[in-house]
Write a new protein. Structure first.
Length: 162
């Protein structure tokens, strides 16, 4: 399965950085579960899972180039290593194109153009809210502005807003 290869490659990519590995694994878990609860078709589910596992692949090159892991730099710098990794793992062009697009936009919230993109953003936020110790007010604002899926919204409410 491609996702198993991707996760193994990402663990190797972030070797020695347990924080980054734990982050992408948590995002992957939420994305997988939300996608399944939203009953995505198999192709969209696979794209979502691969994108979730790889979404922060741009952090390392962004930190090297800009001395920052800011979202805009992750989006810019994630494209090349994502393309290279997916090619080395034998991913098809259609999957690669969409996964790379999602990686290049996962911190951009104003033009979400598909359920895979929506769920990726929600899954990343579910993890970031905890890791960044966001306030209840900030979480409520994001809930209103960004969350759209039933499953993602339920997770957000159960975890943070009860």
């Amino acid at each position: 399965m491609l996702i198993t290869k991707v996760i193994s490659a990402m663990v190797e990519y972030y070797s020695g950085d347990p924080k980054r590995v734990a982050h992408f694994m948590k995002v992957y878990s939420f994305a997988k579960t939300i996608g399944e609860r939203e009953e995505l078709d198999a192709e969209t589910q696979e794209i979502l899972e691969v994108a979730a596992a790889m979404h922060d692949i741009g952090i390392r090159p962004a930190e090297e180039k800009y001395k920052s892991s800011a979202g805009k730099y992750q989006e810019i710098e994630g494209v090349k290593p994502a393309e290279e990794m997916l090619a080395s793992l034998g991913a098809d062009d259609r999957l690669t194109e969409r996964v790379v697009y999602l990686i290049a936009h996962h911190h951009t919230y104003d033009h979400i153009d598909g359920i895979d993109y929506q769920i990726l953003v929600e899954a990343d936020f579910l993890v970031n809210a905890y890791e960044d110790n966001l306030s209840t007010k900030a979480i409520e604002t994001v809930s209103r502005k960004i969350f759209r899926t039933k499953a993602g919204t339920e997770f957000l409410n159960e975890i943070y807003l009860k």
